[in-house]
Design a protein around this ligand. Structure first.
Ligand SMILES: [Zn+2]
Length: 495
């Protein structure tokens, strides 16, 4: 950083940028790892990566295009956990069942039955249209990358598609329209529960054995490798109840043999019943087992980790693994709250996801994460670090922690607007009524805790390309039209 570029000679500029046209974005305020700078010029190369951050206009000449944005520019956020198709029934499972006159007796498991009915009804075209809508909403909320935990692999009756990776292809086709970056996480799913065969409703998700799954994973990997460079391939053993220890070892050996850096995402300890079943079957709770016998390391992302002990979370922190928290879904499904202050105090890495997409709102996820802690502990500012200039601000601390942890969990070059990272930038509207009067230090606190109603997210860039302008995705009308068609058809075929 600095004013270096202003003094470059033509020869130096040519050596640095070649003869290609570069993009220069000017922001009134720019988020930096150590605070803010104002104003700032971000030079973006043809590959969409940041080549320079300067506090004065870089001398570029005619080869540069300049654009200027008011507001507060912050890094694009990774959303580490989502199942796109579940968005289509958001708000349709909020109806109490059980004893007449009493509160509902519904649970994660009764919600799952409704999810299976919807999953059974979707065609590949539907999957693509829903994914495009989800990705559009993610971008409008300030997420620029999604970890797609993808398990809707086969046709309705379990028949394999002619192209094994048909539905994975549709997720990436949606990303062509939305512009989001995808870390595709094909899900391995072999059992309904510890030692139990798949149920009929799970036939769309399952693989008959590790070899069949690896053929699907290899096909998905090819789809990713032949697509835009912003996409990544990882792998997702669904959970320890769906993948046995020997299967887990075999599939990880093969995946990491092919892609040593591939990220591994797994649902872990979301529900008490699952933890008890794991103890009965493997002799340990899921996270303890993963840390001791599962090969947990910095490539892993444990999704939820809700019902965990301090010892388990210390082991996760030591391994350098990320915990992917999904506060709105965890609240919606009655999971419980994650032990955040203890995990942060041992250096634990966190990231944010929206899982079922019952809500797609970055600020709301971070707000609910903190509020769950406050309600449980009867204290305030649980994620803050008293005495630290930046991290005492709870909104800033949560944002920065999830930006860094999310970049790691998705293997995406995000998390900061710095030289060498992709130019994924979210501009918060300085003229939003709830940002008026805020100095940069408290902007992210205001974003997290008072961003209700009209969103503060105004402009969004992925790899230097603007995909949201004035709060609206650039392809909003066509994406919404296609999604509306899917919803109309589903209303006729699902109960
Ligand atoms: Zn999930």
């Amino acid at each position: 950083m600095g004013t270096r570029a202003a003094h470059d000679s033509d020869d130096v500029r040519r050596a640095r940028y070649g003869r290609r046209r570069v993009l220069v974005l000017r922001f009134d305020h720019l988020h930096r790892p150590d605070g803010w700078i104002a104003p700032a010029w971000v030079t973006v190369d043809d590959d969409g990566f940041v080549r320079a951050v300067d506090q004065a206009p870089p001398a570029m000449g005619e080869e540069a295009r300049f654009s200027s944005f008011t507001g507060f520019a912050v890094p694009g956020m990774a959303n580490v956990h989502g199942h796109a198709f579940q968005r289509v029934f958001a708000g349709q499972t909020e109806c109490a069942q059980g004893e007449r006159g009493g509160p509902g007796d519904d649970s994660f498991w009764t919600w799952r039955e409704a999810m299976y009915r919807v999953a059974a009804a979707l065609s590949p075209d539907d999957v693509e249209a829903i994914a495009a809508l989800v990705q559009m909403e993610l971008l409008e909320a300030g997420f620029t990358a999604i970890g797609e935990f993808h398990y809707l692999h086969h046709a309705q009756d379990g028949t394999r598609y002619a192209s094994r990776a048909e539905t994975s292809l549709r997720i990436l086709a949606a990303a062509e329209r939305s512009g989001i970056a995808v870390t595709l996480l094909p899900v391995a799913y072999f059992h309904a529960g510890f030692g139990r065969p798949l149920a009929p409703m799970q036939r769309r998700f399952g693989s008959s054995d590790v070899d069949e799954f690896l053929a699907l994973w290899e096909a998905a990997r090819t789809v990713v490798r032949t697509g835009p460079s912003r996409h990544r391939i990882g792998v997702a053993p669904h959970s320890l109840r769906a993948v046995a220890p020997d299967e887990l070892a075999a599939l990880l050996a093969a995946v990491h043999g092919a892609e040593p850096g591939a990220r591994v995402h797994i649902h872990a300890a979301e529900q008490r019943a699952e933890v008890e079943q794991c103890r009965a079957s493997l002799g340990m709770a899921p996270i303890a087992w993963l840390a001791q016998a599962g090969g947990l390391d910095a490539r892993w992302c444990l999704v939820h980790a809700t019902h965990s002990t301090p010892d388990e979370l210390a082991a996760v922190a030591r391994a350098g693994a990320v915990v992917g928290l999904c506060p709105t879904t965890e609240a919606n499904l009655g999971d419980s709250t994650f032990a955040l202050p203890g995990f942060l105090s041992v250096g634990g890495r966190i990231a944010i996801g929206s899982d079922s997409h019952v809500s797609i709102e970055l600020a709301e996820e971070l707000r609910l994460l903190e509020y769950g802690q406050r309600l449980r502990d009867e204290r305030r500012n649980r994620a803050g670090e008293a005495g630290h200039r930046l991290r005492r601000h709870v909104g800033r601390r949560l944002f920065d922690a999830c930006a860094a942890g999310g970049a790691r969990a998705l293997d995406q070059p995000l998390g900061a607007i710095e030289v060498g990272r992709r130019c994924d930038v979210v501009v918060l509207d300085a003229e939003h009524p709830r940002l008026l009067g805020h100095r940069p230090e408290s902007v992210l606190d205001a974003f997290v805790f008072s961003n209700s109603g009209r969103s503060m997210v105004r402009d969004v860039f992925v790899g230097g390309r603007q995909v949201v302008a004035a709060g609206r995705h650039v392809a909003r009308d066509t994406i919404l039209r296609d999604y509306a068609r899917v919803v109309a058809r589903l209303a006729e075929v699902t109960p």
